[in-house]
Ligand binder design. Structure first.
Ligand SMILES: Nc1ncnc2c1ncn2[C@@H]1O[C@H](COP(=O)(O)OP(=O)(O)OP(=O)(O)O)[C@@H](O)[C@H]1O
Ligand SMILES: [Mg+2]
Length: 258
């Protein structure tokens, strides 16, 4: 295993308001490590705390107990340490594609011309050439997600947190985006944490899958995906992967019922 870039040790978290589960933590005594360059998906029932894990990693929320290490450092302010693509599309409707993409560079105080140059160089790679002056309201769902993804990459961080980035897409667009993401990941050698409800998507993309149990007492199980890289979508038909998919679905179903 490469050096760990992210580590949760005995992490427990309560929302200050108590959330919808008053008296119960959303996460209890969670441990995991993610190695440099790994692709890890997180699956689990709705409300099990997947997005909360990302909010803790970014430092938008602070754990109640336990330690979180990002790139080997224990920091309370981790904003700016990771590229974060939240579950909701947070593109600013009054800003063009270019102006949205520029945000993380503006926040870092990078000179505007230099920042524009940096974005321009990446537009083609993200399939956004020619739409830089368009407003989000005039883009397709897939394009909006690529702008949001571009923005999280421009944070310059080695760790990307993607919260259900393809959930709103039709099956074919989704497959195209998954293949595109794998290509980007192989090129940039970043570490990716990817939340999804789609077990097949998790199997296609990941090295490992974390399965989050429902709160209260959320804990994490994990499986290794037995597929070589580069992958193609037909690899998902191998008997071993078909069996793993059905086991994961059973696991999630049981967890929803109990
Ligand atoms: N800002 C908040 N304040 C209080 N409680 C919250 C807050 N955000 C989430 N919660 C509660 O914390 C729990 C976990 O929420 P979280 O958003 O992490 O779930 P999730 O696994 O991402 O779900 P989904 O799959 O629906 O996106 C839920 O019970 C939710 O009601
Ligand atoms: Mg969520």
């Amino acid at each position: 295993m490469n050096r760990p870039v992210l580590s949760f040790q005995n992490v427990t978290f309560h929302y200050p308001s108590g959330g919808s589960l008053k008296g119960h933590p959303v996460l209890e005594d969670i441990h995991f490590q993610v190695a440099d360059g790994e692709f890890v998906s997180i699956i689990g029932p709705s409300g099990s705390g997947k997005s909360t894990i990302f909010r803790l990693i970014t430092g938008l929320e602070q754990q109640t107990n336990g330690e979180i290490y990002v790139n080997g450092k224990k920091m309370s302010n981790r904003l700016g340490q990771v590229g974060y693509m939240p579950q909701q599309d947070l593109l600013m409707p009054w800003r063009t594609v270019m102006e949205n993409a520029l945000l993380p560079l503006e926040i870092k105080g990078i000179n505007k011309e230099e920042a524009i140059e940096k974005v321009r160089k990446l537009l083609g790679e993200f399939g956004l050439e020619g739409v830089e002056d368009t407003f989000p309201g005039h883009l397709s769902g897939g394009m909006k997600q690529r702008v949001s993804f571009l923005r999280s990459v421009l944070s310059g961080s080695n760790i990307l947190l993607l919260d259900e980035p393809f959930s709103a897409l039709d099956a074919i667009t989704r497959l195209n985006m998954q293949e595109w993401l794998l290509g980007q990941w192989e090129k940039w050698k970043k570490t990716i944490l990817f939340i999804t409800h789609d077990v097949e998507e998790a199997l296609f993309l990941s090295d490992r899958i974390f399965i989050l149990e429902p709160t209260p007492n959320a804990s994490i199980r994990e499986v290794n995906v037995p597929l070589d890289r580069p992958r193609n979508v037909h690899d998902l038909s191998s008997p071993e992967v078909v069996k793993m998919k059905s086991d994961l679905i059973d696991m999630l179903r049981l967890k929803v019922r109990t």
